[in-house]
Design a protein around this ligand. Structure first.
Ligand SMILES: [Zn+2]
Length: 224
């Protein structure tokens, strides 16, 4: 998927294998400066960055689950960029491998794939350079980013509102699936108080770029 926004920026989503999570790369067409949201698959990201001659300024992490951070360490080492996440997300990231060991088999069972213990991916620990409590506002290449903690799916979940036009929701709001809040650090009560109350006061015409699946309009979600 490619979006042209204000004739300057492209957003591209990479759907990684296994978990089908989305990664987004946003760049300024003239300066070639870029940010990455949820670096899941280093090989794909590397290819796009090199092909377009991009230089990475920031890497945003929506939350600590493996399918959203799998490529973080390699991206940092090979391509650079300062990684940004909530303080809670940063603290929870150290348990990424532990959670992966618990859930990989189960997930593969759901998608009907046979796995051996040796098939479980090895998480390379990425490090967060900039962390925040509650929220962070950032101006970058003429775009505004309002990053807000929206917990409940996980302890370290955030949503990233870009230029009051697009919102990168991570797994906090997805179109088709009910949001999983009952494992991996999720909590239904937190979800209501943090995520639902935040999304309810947003403009319903916002375009949502989720952590899984296709883009949709916020008004299409009926639980908000
Ligand atoms: Zn998740």
């Amino acid at each position: 998927m490619e979006i042209k926004y204000k004739n300057y920026y492209f957003i591209k989503s990479i759907t990684a294998t296994d978990y089908n999570s989305n990664c987004y790369i946003i760049w300024n067409r003239s300066s070639k400066h870029a940010v990455i949201i949820d670096p899941n698959d280093f090989f794909n990201i590397y290819h796009i960055v090199k092909q377009n001659g991009l230089s990475i300024d920031y890497i945003f992490v929506t939350h600590e689950h493996y399918d959203h951070i799998a490529g973080l360490c390699d991206v940092q080492q090979e391509l650079g960029g300062k990684a940004i996440a909530s303080e809670k997300c940063k603290q929870e990231m150290v348990r990424a491998q532990e959670r992966l060991n618990k859930t990989y088999r189960l997930y593969m069972h759901f998608i009907k794939k046979e796995v051996k213990d040796s098939d479980i991916p090895k998480y390379k620990e990425g490090k967060i350079d900039i962390s925040y409590f509650d929220r962070l506002n950032l101006e970058w290449e003429g775009l505004s980013f309002h990053i807000q903690e929206t917990i409940g799916h996980s302890k370290g979940s955030s949503s990233i509102l870009m230029d009051k036009t697009y919102i990168f929701s991570g797994d906090a709001v997805l179109k088709e699936k009910p949001i999983i809040t009952n494992y991996l650090g999720g909590n239904r009560e937190d979800y209501k108080n943090s995520t639902i109350s935040y999304y309810q006061q947003l403009n319903k015409n916002l375009m949502v770029l989720p952590g899984h699946g296709e883009m949709f309009e916020l008004k299409e979600i009926d639980f908000l």
